[in-house]
Write a protein that binds this ligand. Sequence first.
Ligand code: MG
Length: 246
Amino acid sequence: MRLAFLALVAAAAPMRAQQWPVHSMDRPRPAVVDPGPERPPVAPPSDAIVLFDGKSLAQWQSEDSTAAKWVVRDGYFEVAPHTGAIVTKRGFGDVQLHVEWATPVPATGEGQDRGNSGVFMMTHYEIQVLDSYHSDTYADGQAAAVYGQTPPLVNASRPPGQWQTYDIIFHRPRFTADGAVRDSARVTVLHNGVLVQDNTIITGWTVHGQRAHYAPHADRLPLLLQDHGHPVRYRDIWIRELREHQ
Ligand code: MG
């Protein structure tokens, strides 16, 4: 009886993935999946907040609250390298986010120095944007990785210059009154329609080269797009605020 109980407990214990060192080059790279050709954007759902309509950065600003300095052109906007990140003027918590991006052509650089940008949920949690098409880097830093934490399930990258989509479902972390983590943030990501993060636990704020940890923050914070010095393009960005079941 006692043994049977123990076996049940063991079976119910959560499966733990191997803990790889941050940015380990030994960590296996996800299998490559061809997501099919790029597609034109489709109209957002009626309750979406449109964050970029192809014409204006009115929903965005620099982190110091001055006007966003990135370049709007022909229905997309482009990172103006070394002008800094841009953030939404309003804050968000639990969301569904759609964003389309394209890395530069001709592609230059290697690894992290090749079409690098990033979609930071709540300013602090990066879903990596990178040219990962026939281009290698550490698994937890390739396109659609939770940067420095969790590689994508597969590599569904399109070639540089082609439009790629992220559909992201993000649940914010919950903190107790004394600042402890009650619930970690979680994220689901479809890259070009392919599931690459499946309700992945986010282990803390995005940092480079070290283990992440949480610091408490507000229930709503801006969405941030990273300036990593590369002219990555974005278009068709919309977001839906998620409400709990009534
Ligand atoms: Mg990045």
